[in-house]
Design a protein around this ligand. Structure first.
Ligand SMILES: CC(C)(COP(=O)(O)OP(=O)(O)OC[C@H]1O[C@@H](n2cnc3c(N)ncnc32)[C@H](O)[C@@H]1OP(=O)(O)O)[C@@H](O)C(=O)NCCC(=O)NCCS
Length: 258
């Protein structure tokens, strides 16, 4: 490969593209951020308990079968329209099992150090239980089947939950956590998402970490209103001792710098 084509290939991988997601962006000290592959799963399973969660079997299977994030990859190729089209096809295929479609919008990222292997991970996805909960607040007189279809679709394309961000202890405070969050935000915003949120434990330093990445951090126990996704007010609550952090986006926002 000539020097010129090497430079062009490198430039392409640094930008927001499907190629970057698959092959990685050189984002932080000696580390590339990329989508997870089957061979990364045991390292991910070792890291996520640091964030107080486990790695769900459905997500493992989706990564192994390479359909985790397939809709996001379509979105990186063709923008929000391509992302929506991809998900609509998945829903049409498996409407009675919407989890499968939701997994096409799941993002499992790893941060890979050139010498030390996988040193960080981020897991995010549209949370299907929020759409399910929202169905409970629908007025009784609506056509249930149609309303269910709309809510389940809006939930899948509108909000994504950051389930875990975890960096190996020896690798912290070098910008790896920030790099994982930045790529996660850019990808979901590029695909047209309106709300990115998560629930954090009361660990000292975490609020500062999320605020620095442009998230709002709520008071412990305060509810988060999902009106901007579903068009009516419905609130979700964090777990005991937890607080929500969130970032909202305007439709049509194209991955702002920070
Ligand atoms: C939160 C976490 C992912 C940050 O990763 P990281 O690679 O160190 O993040 P960055 O280097 O981008 O940012 C570091 C900043 O995070 C903040 N921070 C986060 N957790 C902190 C902690 N436990 N102690 C001190 N600072 C912390 C600080 O503001 C720090 O900035 P500073 O070094 O200038 O003081 C990492 O600390 C971690 O894996 N924690 C355990 C898992 C966890 O709690 N995840 C979040 C659950 S919602």
């Amino acid at each position: 490969m000539s020097k010129g084509s090497r430079l062009r290939a490198r430039k392409k991988s640094e930008g927001l593209s499907e190629h970057g997601l698959i092959n990685g962006w050189a984002d932080a000290a000696g580390v590339r951020v990329r989508q997870a592959r089957a061979g990364d799963l045991s390292a991910i399973a070792d890291l996520v308990p640091l964030a107080g969660v486990g790695l769900e079997d459905v997500l493992r299977e989706a990564v192994t079968a390479e359909f985790a994030g397939a809709a996001l990859r379509s979105g990186l190729r063709g923008g929000p329209d391509a992302f929506h089209r991809h998900l609509a096809e998945q829903f049409a295929r498996s409407f009675d099992d919407p989890l499968q479609a939701y997994l096409h919008a799941a993002l499992v990222l790893v941060a890979e150090h050139r010498d030390r292997g996988i040193v960080g991970t981020l897991i995010a996805y549209p949370p299907i239980n929020v759409a399910d909960d929202h169905l409970q607040v629908l007025p009784a007189d609506v056509d249930r089947r149609e309303a269910q279809r709309r809510v389940v679709m809006l939930g899948a394309i509108g909000l994504a939950k950051i389930k875990a961000v975890a960096v190996a202890e020896a690798e912290r405070r070098r910008g790896i956590g920030a790099a994982l969050l930045k790529r996660c935000r850019q990808i979901y915003v590029h695909c047209g998402y309106l709300l990115l949120y998560g629930a954090m434990p009361p660990t000292p330093g975490l609020s500062a970490f999320y605020r620095r990445q442009g998230f709002d951090v709520m008071e412990p126990g305060a509810p988060l209103d999902m009106w901007m996704v579903f068009g009516v007010h419905s609130r979700i609550l964090p777990g005991a001792d937890e607080r929500f952090f969130f970032r909202r986006f305007q439709p049509g926002t194209v991955h702002p710098g920070r």
